[in-house]
Design a protein around this ligand. Sequence first.
Ligand code: ZN
Length: 333
Amino acid sequence: MPTISAVMHPLRFEPIIKQLIWGGKRLGSLLHKPIGNAPFSGESWEVSDHRSDVSVVAEGALSGTTLRDLIHHRKEDLLGKAFTHLEQFPLLVKYIDARETLSVQVHPNDEQGHRLANDNGKTETWIVVDAEPGSVIYVGLNEGITREMFIDAIATGEVEPLLHKIPAVVGDCILVPAGIVHAIGAGVMVAEIQQMSNATFRVFDWNRLDADGKPRDLHISQALESINFEAGPVNPIRGVSEPVPGGTKQRLSHTEYFSLHRFDLDGTIKIGRDDRFTIVMALDGEIDVRSADYSLILRQGETLLLPACLNVCDVSPVARHAKVVTCVVPSFV
Ligand SMILES: [Zn+2]
């Protein structure tokens, strides 16, 4: 029996693998996820507290407990005193392997999400972790595209020319606020951090059929209600790297929902805060995570939830070099 009252430790969860028609095999081949022989593994949900998809602790004294139970029984230890008002873990962390281009889609904001999908809104951010030569990402509408032009394009199936297309570059960070039309292109793999939501409205699916030979549902009216036609094209965030003891630090996406930094490590840095949890993703290379009370190795592609009660830890590359992304939730008040 898992013991919910066990001593808190850094939490690594069992990945939740999603079979999706556009998915591939790189979650296994590049990130060591347990996909077996499944050919269409599209997503690995690394940290989730969404409906029936709830992460389970993979190891340690809390092995076998769910993230939801930890929120219910160990909320302040886990989330920190800044977030004791939350009833659900606020972020969903994934890896996405797009063997084929994903549907053209949009996510609602919180008001629209609750009204149209009985779910939270979804602002998301991606960090490109693999990109086949020539692969692209569609994010935002080109300048001057109106609601009327977009509706016409859906009717004729000529949506692609209206979308802002950028090359997929490994390491790029792209912020996709609610209301931005987007599609991850074929050959692209990203790490995604988003609000805890699965509210997605598909507007165009490239005339594709699912495994049963049927087109997937579209949600055009909800999408048209959610799309921000004023927003225009979206481009990658080009944050400046600043030297810090142990490497360099670069600010990536920063919203009211999440704040990301990337550390390029050649020495030891301190990560963690006593008033809130921190998500740590080993994007490139292995890292050593330790304090006086624990030590572990985070392999490339693995995700760690560092509970608030553990305060700071030392993070260093196992070999000479590693890249790490950290994520915290800014204060709401
Ligand atoms: Zn999306």
